[in-house]
Design a protein around this ligand. Sequence first.
Ligand SMILES: Nc1ncnc2c1ncn2[C@@H]1O[C@H](COP(=O)(O)OP(=O)(O)OP(=O)(O)O)[C@@H](O)[C@H]1O
Ligand SMILES: [Mg+2]
Length: 226
Amino acid sequence: MPGCFVTATDTGVGKTVVAATIAAGLRVQGVRVAASKPVVTGIDEPDPGGMPADHVLLAACTGQAPEDVTPVTFRPAVSPHLAADQAGTALDPEALLAHARAVGAAAEVIVVEGVGGLLVPLTRTWSIRDHAVALGLPLVVVARPALGTLNHTLLTLEAARGAGLEVRAVVLTPWPAEPSALEADNLATLRELGGTPVWTLPRLPVLTPAALAEASEGWPLRDWTA
Ligand SMILES: Nc1ncnc2c1ncn2[C@@H]1O[C@H](COP(=O)(O)OP(=O)(O)OP(=O)(O)O)[C@@H](O)[C@H]1O
Ligand SMILES: [Mg+2]
């Protein structure tokens, strides 16, 4: 299944923005791309910046229906395992994998967004990392430009490689127009120590599919998703 798995150093870092940028960019290149995210939580709590729910934005970039992107949603903004507990249910990893594989089979390339960071539990015995390993997709790791990102990013790279996952790129977002000395050093240091190419995504004023596709210009999308 050609594609990539977009994870991050934390929740709220920019996975959806980056995954949507990759998907929108591939689509304007004429690639039949589909997106998948196993679970969306927090659909009760709209983004303060007016950003749509993850599966809604991803669907707008690929032409899927939102419920084709994500089979399971929960209203509270909590970890998926807790959201399922609170709803009196449990997530079924096999069903989530089957859904992602079916989405991928209907397209040329799949872009999967994780939930939170790599070690977030979907159940008490199945993490986002397990989901990525089972899908066999290479990673794109999304990280903040700010103080703290060196540790969070290097920990994520180690956790990924420790499970045999291949990392194709790190993306720092939103990358400031005028980076501070600390932000510039974070970029340089991750390039030196991360063992993978590091890219940046500027803060986009609007998150339309056209604006996202334009932002992907110059990114080696085919290499990330081969
Ligand atoms: N390049 C960017 N341009 C504009 N906004 C950005 C950019 N990068 C991140 N953001 C903002 O940061 C916030 C978090 O981004 P996003 O929702 O993509 O994170 P996430 O990692 O997918 O979060 P979650 O863990 O909830 O899925 C959003 O408000 C988003 O608009
Ligand atoms: Mg997201």
